[in-house]
Design a protein around this ligand. Structure first.
Ligand SMILES: NC(=O)C1=CN([C@@H]2O[C@H](COP(=O)(O)OP(=O)(O)OC[C@H]3O[C@@H](n4cnc5c(N)ncnc54)[C@H](OP(=O)(O)O)[C@@H]3O)[C@@H](O)[C@H]2O)C=CC1
Ligand SMILES: O=C(O)[C@@H]1CCC=N1
Length: 274
């Protein structure tokens, strides 16, 4: 793809997407990352060979796609500062910010812009990301393809036609790597209590998660059946699963994910006011 793609903000999420893009074959010279601090940019420039810029407006002036990847709390100020450059260039805007509505972002950037809202996750760094995308009415088919191509370079893409569903995507995939990392912590701690060295328990737990995910993705059987296949009657797994069900893991996951989606909607209320 010959388009120039600029990331406004070069933190965790932008770094993960850019790393995955370069790994998947995007030309480093077509990618620009911005940050107020060259200390943040220098390692990206040196490690990935991409271009960097401390002036957001200057980067926007030569971009076909502008990915907004700063924290939601500073998004308004960042958008307003580069509004003139965006209006002069009219690139496709892709926002990865949790919560902030397309209409609000578009208004902060001066209005009438093609804008895709994307909820990615950090496994993009290893090409195993999962992203939900929503396009406003100004996004044409070519721009939709461009956004798909960009995010498919780093993982799975699912489009939603109702913007509000991005809050659900945040709960199911955007925030969800952290749920699994918590699970790894808990499994390692439990493995150590059962006598294993910590690093052995950690490696076994992670490899098992990878295997379970790969197996579930490649199987036409639903997870409930794959689970039953591990549970020998009267055996060990049955005992563990009974414990998790008695402890109401499903209810806990439901409540945690509802809290996540509610927070995304709350952020829109807190930050999305014009
Ligand atoms: N982390 C995640 O798993 C996910 C994050 N997101 C979204 O991604 C966005 C970024 O989050 P995340 O990467 O975690 O945050 P980070 O804090 O890691 O990254 C944000 C970056 O923006 C930089 N920055 C601050 N001000 C400016 C500016 N004026 N111009 C350009 N860059 C600036 C910051 O620099 P400095 O540190 O020097 O201030 C920082 O490096 C958020 O909107 C979040 O909702 C979405 C999905 C998943
Ligand atoms: O925690 C957050 O707000 C961001 C959005 C999704 C993942 N991290």
């Amino acid at each position: 793809m010959a388009s120039t793609i600029t990331f406004i903000g070069a933190g965790n999420m932008a770094g993960a997407i850019i790393g995955g893009m370069i790994e998947s074959g995007f030309a480093p010279n077509d990618v620009i990352a911005t940050s107020p601090s060259d200390d943040v940019l220098a390692p990206l420039r040196e490690r990935l060979g991409i271009r960097t810029e401390t002036d957001n407006a200057a980067a926007v002036a030569e971009s076909d796609v502008v990915v907004l990847a700063v924290k939601p709390q500073i998004m308004r100020e960042v958008c307003e500062q580069m509004r003139d450059a965006v209006q002069a260039r009219r690139p496709l805007i892709v926002s990865v910010a949790a919560g902030l509505p397309a209409e609000t972002l578009e208004a902060w950037l001066g209005g009438e812009l093609p804008l895709v809202r994307c909820m990615p996750n950090t496994p993009a760094l290893v090409g195993a990301g999962a992203a939900g995308l929503y396009a406003n009415a100004r996004v044409d088919e070519d721009q939709r393809r461009l956004a798909t191509e960009l995010m498919e370079a780093v993982g799975l893409v699912e489009w939603v036609e109702d913007e509000a569903l991005l809050d659900a995507v945040t709960a199911v995939s955007g925030s969800a790597p952290a749920y699994f990392f918590l699970m790894f912590e808990a499994m390692e701690e439990a493995g150590v209590k059962l006598g294993l060295p910590a690093d052995t328990a950690r490696r076994l737990a992670m490899q098992t998660a990878l295997g379970a995910a790969k197996m579930a993705l490649s199987s036409d059987k639903p997870p409930a059946e794959l689970k039953r296949n591990v549970m020998s009657p009267g055996g060990t797994t049955e005992r563990a699963i009974a414990h998790l069900e008695d402890a109401e893991l499903r209810r806990i996951m439901g409540e945690a994910m509802t809290a996540c989606a509610d927070r995304a909607a709350e952020m829109a209320d807190e930050l999305g006011q014009r």
